[in-house]
Ligand binder design. Structure first.
Ligand code: HEM
Length: 169
């Protein structure tokens, strides 16, 4: 038992809270972006565009950064250098990609008003659900993934020299 163990439940609660804001935002913003319809008036367009922009800057991105920061701290405090955690991180990389796509779409919508095609909310929502369910399943079930079927040459040192000289201090 170390002095840091006492903060783990609090950090985990923060991690899950930030994660909920992040995932909820990633679900909501594509639906709002789909309302950037050519048919709606300038006033409505500006209101929806500003709401998505501020939501992204002030809620989504801070929640994403804080989810990753608290999660990274938890890796070291809980010492979870395990197979399921590394697979979870691949899923998180997918969520970060969806995050970047939402940001890109907000900028594109602002710059091409009147010319753009409003994005459909369906595909990003399906991708988001698949990734979020995969990440949650991994972290809650914590499956034994240490015996991943990788080729033998990837799992052990081969004792070969590097193809270039390494300075020897
Ligand atoms: C870089 C990003 C992330 C890192 C480094 C990370 C890391 C961690 C770590 C180390 C734990 C503690 C695991 C344990 O106590 O056994 C944890 C818990 C958790 N994480 Fe993440 N996480 C990240 C992102 C996410 C995301 C995006 C989600 C959801 C979509 C998520 C959902 C959860 C949940 C629900 C728990 C609580 C699990 C439990 O206590 O049983 N995490 N995370």
């Amino acid at each position: 038992m170390t002095a840091f163990d006492a903060i783990i439940p609090h950090l985990k609660a923060l991690h899950v809270g930030f994660m909920a804001v992040w995932i909820a935002g990633l679900a909501a913003l594509p639906a709002m972006l789909a309302r950037h319809d050519r048919a709606i008036g300038q006033g409505d367009f500006a209101r929806i565009r500003r709401a998505t922009h501020y939501g992204y800057i002030w809620f989504l991105t801070p929640a994403a950064v804080l989810t990753v920061a608290t999660g990274t701290t938890l890796i070291f405090l809980r010492d979870v250098f395990t197979g399921w955690m590394f697979v979870k991180l691949v899923g998180v990389a997918g969520l970060v990609t969806v995050h970047a796509w939402v940001g890109h779409t907000i900028v594109a919508v602002a710059e091409t008003e009147g010319r753009h095609e409003p994005p459909g909310p369906f595909l990003p929502t399906v991708i988001l659900c698949v990734l979020a369910i995969a990440v949650l399943t991994l972290v809650l079930a914590k499956p034994e993934l240490d015996e991943l079927p990788v080729p033998a040459w990837l799992a052990q040192p081969l004792g070969r020299d590097l193809p270039f000289d390494v300075p020897n201090p």
